[in-house]
Design a protein around this ligand. Structure first.
Ligand SMILES: NC(=O)c1ccc[n+]([C@@H]2O[C@H](COP(=O)([O-])OP(=O)(O)OC[C@H]3O[C@@H](n4cnc5c(N)ncnc54)[C@H](OP(=O)(O)O)[C@@H]3O)[C@@H](O)[C@H]2O)c1
Length: 269
């Protein structure tokens, strides 16, 4: 029986493929619309399809025991119906708390009749890559809320948890709230980038509108939503570290300092 990774060339799905291979998972199948471009590692079976086009999925689901489900709220119910019909038994989904934006995915998975494990991450460390254009251009990050807090997690750690839940039993019916190992303010994050790049990087407090403009080159139309929802929400949010990554995988979650040292080149000209 195979393990299917959907969104397999996406930011998280691609890392799930790598983690499954690293764990020596038997048959790993990756879903992509474009196998030629996907450049998936040797030894991975490639299936053509896309979650937002459920008609493309039945062949990909054949012989699959467990799947990593990338989040596509608009088609998730049909995707799960087809998966169950094809004999898929377990789903490890990237979703969120019921009341969150991604909660519809979690609810659909619970209603599907399949065994499930929810992965519910907070802020991604990779989100700070959106700062790269302004750091490279100006040596500063312009945002309105220096005291905003989060517990950023590395996408690779989400993938590690996913790979464990896909390859071992005992994770069914569990909602894994996933965080990194520290609560960090926006100012703390900027200080880590400065230390990792060896260059001064300042946090400059600006108005909401100025922040949107500063983020727009990297984020496009998502900049407004990001500032008004995520950044403003982080000011009053009770950020709390969860031990889940270490409990599930047996090794600690990546700290932001280590992550940013690995990605320092992205913040340099
Ligand atoms: N708590 C949280 O923060 C939270 C929770 C759940 C989800 N999320 C969100 O989940 C997403 C995860 O992103 P991800 O990069 O791992 O994967 P993804 O966006 O779920 O999947 C991306 C893949 O879908 C495929 N695809 C096919 N047709 C596409 C099309 N028309 N448009 C876009 N993609 C298409 C592409 O692969 P091919 O080209 O190979 O087909 C692409 O690599 C993020 O947006 C994240 O914000 C966040």
């Amino acid at each position: 029986m195979a393990i299917l990774v959907t969104g397999a060339t996406g930011n998280i799905g691609r890392k799930v493929v790598d983690q499954l291979l690293a764990r020596g998972a038997g048959a790993v199948r990756a879903l992509t619309t474009n196998p030629a471009k996907a450049a998936l590692p040797a030894g991975v079976e490639v299936a053509v399809g896309y979650l937002r086009k459920p008609k493309t999925l039945p062949a990909a689901f054949e012989g699959v025991e467990a799947m990593y489900l990338a989040p596509t709220p608009d088609t998730v119910e049909e995707v799960l119906r087809l998966a169950r019909q094809a004999g898929v038994q377990r789903v490890v989904d990237l979703s969120g708390e019921h009341e969150s934006w991604w909660g519809s995915v979690a609810k659909a998975v619970e209603a599907s009749g399949l065994a499930w494990t929810h992965l519910s991450p907070g802020d991604f460390m990779e989100n700070t890559l959106d700062w790269a254009p302004q750091i490279v251009a100006t040596g500063a990050v312009r945002e309105p809320y220096p005291e905003g807090r989060s517990t950023p997690i590395a996408m690779a750690d989400i993938a590690r948890v996913a790979a464990v839940a896909l390859t071992t039993l005992g994770h069914e019916g569990r909602s894994y709230s996933l965080t990194g190992p520290e609560v960090l303010t926006r100012v703390d994050l900027v200080a880590h980038i400065a230390a990792a790049t060896g260059r001064p990087v300042e946090f400059v407090q600006v108005t909401r509108d100025e922040a949107v403009e500063a983020l727009r080159p990297g984020m496009g139309d998502g900049a407004e939503w990001y500032v008004d929802t995520i950044l403003q929400g982080s000011v009053d949010w009770h950020a709390e570290v969860q031990p889940t990554v270490e409990q599930v995988t047996g090794s600690p979650a990546t700290g932001y300092g280590d992550w940013v040292r690995e990605h320092a080149a992205a913040f340099l000209p």
